[in-house]
Design a protein around this ligand. Structure first.
Ligand code: CAO
Length: 454
């Protein structure tokens, strides 16, 4: 039997909606409640569900169409889930267009499955699971993570609407890892967002009070015109992570300045060599290398605090996050095993990671597992700043703009290129003297890289 699927009543005073995306093609087998199209009205975006089990006969609208409430959008054959009557078969045979459409739909499905499979193949195990367990010990009991599930299933078998799958793909979430909270464990949009948020926070749920802010806002419109805008996902994640860190980590800030006059000469001399490999030799890449040596030398800075078990977790790997300023806000891609890579390799990788972050190509697992962060605002300017520690790391290095300054050396002022550095650290683990020693060592290493040999 052929049935019609119409645009239903959406809300009071809403008479139409625009088709953002059609999620099925003629010939697709669907179940009741499967999403057929993504729609947007004045009031909200929503998915149009199928009212029946069956096979889509016709798609009567196109993307971009404005559809009136009650207008037929799809017809569906409900006679035995795709088994067509002989008349219908005849009709279908004579319709080359429809079979082409079906072929296209099948290809689209295969492409999506292939893409998901490739994405799955590329995915590595979670950093929390991979890196924080010494190989000779039994895996420590993991904090029950609300959104985590075993990854034995394939993405295609995860119950989720196409729009939710697309959201997961776009923000780089492996949907097989997300626990669905919808009917029959269906993965919902909120599940994907919650999972992404948890991953960006380093795999731990935010402190219960991380976003609690009961400050009563005044009515700003009393003072002038205002505009309200919803926070996007990255802004919400950053807000929660930063508030959680600020509330839970007792911060201390240490400042110093490095004389980078010689280092700058070196950087200019060697930048051509690095350029041949396709990247710029920047102060960030050099700092990555020197910081990796410092983290080996001062292992407390390469550790995490486990207050639940009253333990310090020392890590025998050096993964460093680099804060990248993107259109969408702050992202912190992680460069792995920095201590094992050359400055040229680090320059190339830093460049690639920053590009990926800016072009929305970065995956959640590439934002995880950092033991330390470098935040260089020097390209923009400023004389100093105090970055917030990125939990569960215990320290972050802030880099401001280097500039020529008169420095009193051997009885006279000399023009030197000075780089302001700030170190923010977690006082639960790191004492003031440790902080000063770490930063001083870094300064010495920038002024005379031979220091790193000792
Ligand atoms: N002092 C002076 N000049 C600096 C500098 C510094 N500390 N850091 C960078 N520069 C210069 C570079 O030499 C480059 O100059 P040229 O174009 O003349 O060669 C220019 O600024 C741009 O540098 P860059 O940004 O391309 O390269 P980078 O490796 O130094 O930085 C990255 C990479 C990803 C760290 C940077 O692009 C970025 O996004 N910074 C913002 C980080 C941020 O938002 N932090 C705040 C987080 S809150 O804690």
């Amino acid at each position: 039997m052929i049935k019609e699927i119409k645009l239903p009543e959406i809300a009071d005073n809403v008479t139409s909606a625009v088709v953002l995306e059609i999620l099925v093609s003629a010939g697709d087998k669907v179940s009741a409640d499967d999403s057929l199209a993504e729609m947007e009205s004045d009031k909200a975006s929503f998915e149009l569900p199928s009212d029946f089990d069956g096979v889509i006969k016709e798609v009567k609208v196109s993307e971009g169409d404005e559809v009136k409430v009650g207008q037929v959008m799809f017809t569906i054959d409900t006679s035995g889930e795709g088994e067509e009557s002989s008349d219908e078969k005849e009709e279908k045979k004579s319709s080359d267009e429809k079979s082409a459409e079906k072929e296209a739909s099948q290809k689209k499905k295969e492409d999506v499955e292939k893409e998901e499979k490739e994405a799955e193949d590329k995915e590595e195990p979670q950093e929390d699971e991979k890196d924080e367990k010494p190989s000779d010990e039994k895996p420590a009991e993991k904090e029950p993570a609300a959104q985590e599930v075993e990854s034995s299933k394939s993405a295609a078998h995860v119950p989720a609407s196409p729009a939710v799958r697309r959201l997961a793909r776009e923000i780089g979430v492996d949907i097989t890892q997300v626990k669905g909270t919808g009917p029959a464990d269906r993965v919902l949009e909120d599940d994907v967002k919650a999972y992404a948020k948890k991953m960006l926070q380093g795999g731990r749920p935010a402190g219960a009070t991380a976003m609690a802010d009961d400050f009563e806002l005044p009515d700003f419109s009393k003072y002038g015109e205002i505009k309200r805008e919803k926070m996007d996902t990255i802004r919400k994640i950053t807000a929660r992570a930063m508030a959680g860190s600020w509330q839970n980590v007792p911060h201390v800030f240490q400042f110093d300045k490095a004389d980078v006059t010689e280092l700058e000469k070196f950087r200019k001399d060697y930048s051509k060599y690095v350029e041949k490999q396709g990247a710029k030799l920047t102060v960030t890449a050099i700092l990555l290398k020197l910081t990796a040596v410092a983290l080996r030398k001062f292992p407390k800075f390469n550790a995490s605090v486990d207050m639940k078990n009253e333990e310090i977790i020392y890590k025998d790997y050096v993964h460093i996050g680099v804060a990248v300023d993107t259109d969408r806000g702050l992202l912190v891609p992680v460069i792995r095993d920095v201590d094992k890579k050359s400055i040229t390799e680090l320059s190339v990788e830093l460049n690639e990671m920053a590009e990926k972050a800016r072009n929305k190509k970065i995956k959640p697992d590439e934002l995880q597992g950092a033991n330390f962060t470098i935040s260089n605002l020097g390209g923009i300017g400023g004389t100093n700043f105090t970055p917030i520690v990125n939990r569960p790391a215990v320290a972050i290095l802030g880099v401001s703009r280097s500039q020529m300054e008169p420095v009193f050396i051997d009885g006279e002022f000399k023009p030197r290129m000075m780089l302001p550095l700030s170190l923010s650290y977690d006082h639960r683990l790191i004492d003031g003297a440790d902080g000063a020693r770490f930063l001083r060592w870094l300064v010495e290493a920038m002024q005379n890289p031979l220091v790193t040999m000792f």
